[in-house]
Design a protein around this ligand. Sequence first.
Ligand SMILES: [Zn+2]
Length: 255
Amino acid sequence: MFKALRILVLLGILVTVAGTTLVGRWQAQSWKRPQVVTLYPISADGDAETEAYLGRLDESAFARLAPYFQDEARRYGLPLSQPVRVVLGKRVRIAPPPAPTSANPLSAIAWSLQMRWWAWRQTPASSPVPDVKLFLMYHPPDYAGALPHSIGLEKGRLGLVHLFAARGQQAQNEVVIAHEALHTFGATDKYDRSTLAPVFPDGYAAPRQEPRYPQSAAELMAGRIPVREGEARIPANLGETVVGPATAAEIGWVK
Ligand SMILES: [Zn+2]
């Protein structure tokens, strides 16, 4: 009897989790109203330079994001005139759980659950209510080596985005934010994980262009502009990126 009850409770939890995930996905991809993407800055290393940068940070650092999504969505005939609204939220002082360093799928799942729990506890109140929460981890511009990998999760609709705390990096920061934001709407990466090279044809902005190289823009979810066979460069700003048809289909811009 007790065992049956326990199974019933577990089943109930499972159905609820599956249900909210499905509803979240439906809301994310129905594009009936602007989706509020709220950005929460965090000083990743606690250094003085990042602190000074974050003290001056305002919405102008993210001003090109909403118009970019507006222009890209219009190309696909989305009836909603403003698909994404970007809001700068309050700073978060408590660091998120460290992302897994191994590629083990179980540790990825465990981290995603910890991250959702952390976000639920640490997200400061803001208006309008966010649909997507992106936590922006700012590092000093002289950070040694490559920044940690940014992650955007469709489940939980949140992301952890690693950025440089420098005005000169803001245009490239917007590209990274836009990329992770589209993950939360269901877009997948379109680059090769081992070589980081854009995958042909979906990871190319103009796959039918002849000759194929150099491309003049990056597909946003591929993240790099293929300039010649085996070589690609990072776009300088959102103006050098496009949302390709495969990505547009994944996020529900084209049915
Ligand atoms: Zn990605």
